[in-house]
Ligand binder design. Sequence first.
Ligand SMILES: [Zn+2]
Length: 77
Amino acid sequence: MALTKRENLNGIKTSTHAVFDKSYNAGNDADYSGIYKCSKCDREIAHNKDDNPLPPHYSNSDCRSPNWKLFIYAETK
Ligand SMILES: [Zn+2]
C-alpha cells in the first residue's frame, strides 16, 4: 500500500511517520522505496532502496546538492 504525508485526491493513504521528514543527500542510502522529492527544486525520482545510494541531479540542473525527502512510500513485499 502506497503512503504519503498529505491528503490527496488520488486515494493514497496518509501517514505522519517521521520518515517523511527525514532528509537525504545524494550518496545516502534511502530507508524505503518510493518517490523522493528534492525539497530545494521539487525534482522527483522513483527510487528502489535495492538500488541505493540516492543519486545526484543531472549535470544540467541548477540545483547542485539535492535534499531528497520521501514523498510517496511504496510498499514492496
Ligand atoms: Zn534539487
